[in-house]
Design a protein around this ligand. Structure first.
Ligand SMILES: Cc1cc2nc3c(=O)[nH]c(=O)nc-3n(C[C@H](O)[C@H](O)[C@H](O)COP(=O)(O)OP(=O)(O)OC[C@H]3O[C@@H](n4cnc5c(N)ncnc54)[C@H](O)[C@@H]3O)c2cc1C
Ligand code: SF4
Length: 501
């Protein structure tokens, strides 16, 4: 029986982040472990409210009140079991999820702070590693059926684990030189140290999943070959087509780059250092891309922009501005606009924002300014208003509001336009829809025997959705292959986040 008064006795508390001067001098994670005493206290705040809306807030349907109570009573082994029953990789979501479950916590209804669900989750995930090192659970009997998974992000990996545990032979194909998708070279180590991916990969390997890196499906191996070798194919290629701004004057200048170019280069340097190899942050053609000593301007207000901000400070930027088209959001939920338990529009302060830099809201870039040699020296911005007319976004500059911000390095973090146009699509007979995503039928098939999941299906989204879709697509593939019984399917292809309208 959970403690019905826990939330009255304890306030919401998170572990202290590592001090800014210390953490920006390395690439280690920002949060230290919470410690058992704090996390059991925080789990006690869950009142087991009867109708736990956090379940609906979480696309995986994590059994949050169950494992909160198991942590409260110190029953860690059972908490680990309960969490892994719905989530293949809680060490990723516990570190990185924006926690829509917390926005839906019933405590929020009475003006209380929600339970620190995500922090409890990561502590359980880390306890699992500490206790049995992620014990492999290989299937007792092979089915003799074979599945190819294309793309090794969280969607592909979740599907691979589910299918391997059901007895199918699974091969994951990844064009990059390491497994993990955006978790590997997109998301910086200060949010997710790569040891967490490697530990999970050791478990998947022991469960029989085969990994083939450096294989660009559609280029190095054709769809026809894949179909001949495997009984089903899952496409989980992400939504990596970065949005650009070709119409802005000066876009072609040196020093103006896609944010992902900056992040991937920086993450490769950290990975190389971990292997004892020297490396420079550079584009694939060798052009250096490093914020050291530079005035950096980041355009965009989301996860990618915040990650660039943290990287720029660790590289030793002289100064950083982060520009956002929209006005500064409120710091409290606007119940008229986003009633509980939906995800509210709020000012989100990432740990990277504590580390320095200036955020500028309601501005749009008018020009990237040339220093006379083809290198950017500034961005010219104007204050703007933004409105939606017939679903279209209208941005209106305020006359006389223009000014320049010095810039040696400009990073475009203005979103993604869906999955990339690449040979694999036509070869498998699938097409991008108007949002740049690949539609799936109700059984997750995009073409006969070809399934799709994760960002490639949803458009750029979140890790929790990628894992949920990977699990659900695996369940559909298992059925398609005539597997015995059913695998869990937390979402269907049409499922959307909780919304008021
Ligand atoms: C900078 C950044 C920070 C983010 N931070 C967060 C966060 O903090 N929290 C959060 O929840 N979400 C975050 N996200 C979103 C999250 O990373 C994605 O939603 C998630 O990784 C999607 O998983 P996926 O498996 O669908 O695809 P991805 O992780 O994108 O993986 C797709 C993989 O497919 C491979 N691939 C593509 N085509 C082929 C081919 N033809 N052959 C072989 N391989 C191929 C790619 O190389 C890639 O490795 C962030 C995204 C970015 C860009
Ligand atoms: S995965 Fe995300 S939404 Fe689900 S319980 Fe964890 S933090 Fe909450």
């Amino acid at each position: 029986m959970p403690d019905p008064n826990g939330f009255l006795r304890y306030d919401r508390r998170l572990p202290a982040r590592r001090p800014v001067p210390v953490r920006i001098s390395d690439w280690r994670e920002v949060y230290p472990p919470a410690g058992e005493e704090l996390i059991r206290e925080q789990a006690t705040r869950c009142m087991d409210c009867g109708i736990p809306f956090c379940h609906d807030g979480c696309p995986l349907g994590n059994r949050i009140p169950d494992w909160n109570d198991l942590v409260r009573t110190g029953n860690w082994d059972a908490a680990v079991e309960s969490l892994h029953a719905t989530n293949n990789f809680p060490e990723f979501t516990g570190r990185l999820c924006p926690a829509p479950c917390e926005a839906a916590c019933v405590l929020g209804l009475g003006g209380q702070q929600p339970v620190t669900i995500k922090q409890v989750e990561v502590e359980i995930a880390d306890a699992a590693v500490a206790r049995d090192g992620l014990r492999p659970r290989p299937a007792p009997t092979p089915t003799g059926r074979s599945v190819a998974v294309v793309g090794s992000g969280p969607a592909g990996l979740a599907a691979a684990q589910q299918l391997a545990r059901a007895g199918h032979t699974v091969t994951v194909y990844e064009r990059d030189d390491a497994i993990g998708g955006l978790l590997r070279y997109g998301i910086p180590d200060f949010k997710l140290e790569k040891q967490h991916i490697d530990k999970r990969l050791a478990q998947l390997t022991a469960e029989g999943v085969r990994f083939r890196t450096g294989v660009h499906v559609g280029v190095d191996v054709t769809a026809e070959q894949m179909r001949a070798e495997h009984d089903a194919v899952l496409l989980a290629c992400g939504a990596l087509q970065g949005r650009d701004t070709p119409e802005t004057p000066g876009r072609e200048l040196r020093g103006v780059h896609q944010a992902m170019s900056h992040l991937v280069a920086a993450n490769r340097v950290v990975a190389a250092a971990g292997d004892g190899r020297p490396a420079l942050a550079a584009l694939p053609d060798g052009t250096p891309i490093d914020a050291a000593g530079k005035h950096v301007v980041i355009i965009g207000g989301g996860d990618t922009a915040a990650d660039c901000l943290g990287v720029a400070h660790r590289q030793g930027a002289a100064g950083v501005h982060q520009l956002d088209l929209y006005p500064q959001p409120p710091t409290e939920r606007d119940a008229a606009r986003d009633p509980w338990p939906t995800w509210p529009w709020l000012l989100r302060n990432y740990p990277a924002h504590e580390e320095g830099g200036e955020r500028v809201f309601a501005v749009a870039v008018q020009e990237f300014v040339d220093d006379g040699t083809g290198q950017v020296r500034a961005v010219r911005i104007a204050e703007v208003t933004v409105e939606k007319v017939d679903g279209r976004r209208i941005v209106t500059p305020l006359p006389g509001s223009e000014r320049e911000i010095p810039a040696d390095l400009v990073l475009l973090a203005i979103g993604f336009e869906g999955t990339e146009e690449q040979p694999l699509l036509a070869q498998f007979g699938v097409t991008r829809n108007g949002r740049g995503a690949v539609d799936a039928r109700g059984d997750w098939q995009a073409a006969d025997g070809v399934f799709v999941a994760g960002d490639m299906h949803r458009g750029a989204s979140l890790i929790v959705w990628a894992i949920a879709e990977g699990r659900a697509a695996a369940a559909a593939i298992h059925t398609y292959l005539g597997g015995v019984g059913e695998l869990p399917a937390p979402v269907d292809p049409a499922r959307q986040p909780l919304a008021a309208r």
